[in-house]
Structures are given as C-alpha cells and as structure tokens.
Design a protein around this ligand. Sequence first.
Ligand SMILES: [Zn+2]
Ligand SMILES: [Zn+2]
Length: 240
Amino acid sequence: MRKIFSLLKNWVLHLLFPRVCFCCGADLARSDGNPLCPVCMKDLKPVHGLVCRRCGLPLPDGGALCRACRKKKSFNCSFIRSGFKFTRASRALAHAFKYGGYIHLSGFFAPVMYNVLRRNPEFFEADFLVPVPIHKSRRRQRGFNQSLLLARDLSRLCGVPCAELLVRKVKTRSQTSLGRRERFENIKEAFACAGADAARRRAIILIDDVCTTSATLEECARMLRKAGAREVLAITALRE
Ligand SMILES: [Zn+2]
Ligand SMILES: [Zn+2]
C-alpha cells in the first residue's frame, strides 16, 4: 500500500513538475529519484583515491601534497575534503542548486558530504559545522545561502550542530574570473567572526558548495583561528 502511494505521489509530482536531467535536459523516469539521467549520473565522480593530504585536490600521479600546498607552508584551514570532482554533471547540479534556486538539491549533496566526513577521522572531533557566509545583499537577492542549506542538511545526518559564526562584511567580486593570487587578494578581510566566544577552543568544519583555490576557506579559517578556534577543517560538495 505504501509503495502504491509512493508511486502515485511520484506520478502526480511528475505531472505537476515535469522532471528533466539538470545536465543534459533528457526526460527523467518517474520512479527515478535522481536529479540526473543515468548517463549523466555516471559523470558524477566522487573524489577518492590519491589526493593532496592537506587540501584534498585529486593527485592522479600521487605524492603527499599538491604544488600549491608544498609552496605555502602554514595554513589556517588544515584539512579539506570534497564530495564530487568537478565534471560537466556535478557543475550543472551545483549551478542549478546555487543559481537556479533548486534548493532541494542540498538533500542530494549532503549525504555525499556525510560519507566524506565518515571516511576521515580528522573530522570526528568537530564541535560545529560553520557555513561560508554570503553577503546579506546577495542573500536577499538569491533568497538563501547555499552553504547554510548544505550545513543544515549535513548537520541532520551527522549530529554536529550547525552554527553561523561568520558574516560576510564585504560584497566581493565573483571569484570565477580571477587567477589564483587575485582570488586570495579579493577575499581578504571579507569576513568577520560573529560568534567569537562560541569559536574559542573549538574544532570547526567549514561548509561550502565548491572549493577551487581554497582562498575563501582559508580566509574564513583565518578569522575563526583569530577568534581562538583550535582547529579549522572544511568539507565542500565539489572540488574543482
Ligand atoms: Zn543527463
Ligand atoms: Zn593541496
């Protein structure tokens, strides 16, 4: 009976909201709960295997650290891991989530991030999940902060409380068109710690949708460390 009800519900939902693959636009089967067609699902590549010990960048040829982490000796964000590699399909999903307003996709990414957390004991001592904040004018315009949605869904799965300890003071230029060094400069002093007392002596996992150069995570971690956080780590849905 429950199964019939579930099928009926899916069918009604499908009639009301025709579902197509977020990546290629193919029609999706009614019973399939995935946001992508089977072909595009295969293009979702979880990050596993050889990665940089610090930042989690996939290193197909092995080695302990990636080039950027070898160059820079000390970090505020000591450990970063991500769910999916940056592929056509994962990028399309992340884009639909962040810019298309398909906020339910948070529920697709969160379990993958939960697996990342469970696989790495480094995360086990964490006191808080802290979403990377967006500027309030951007939040008003978009209606939500994608990182907060991810942090809340992940918190429900892992039991670590979500705390909005950071605010974005400066509305920065989009990082996408910038080079590595420019990204670090663009984001500098963009954040403030709103919950300095809460951060003190805590181990914190930053949550964001995408990690590219890790400039944003590093700057957020710097503010949290300045406020006395013992350790700052990060989990992102995607790794570029
Ligand atoms: Zn597709
Ligand atoms: Zn690295």
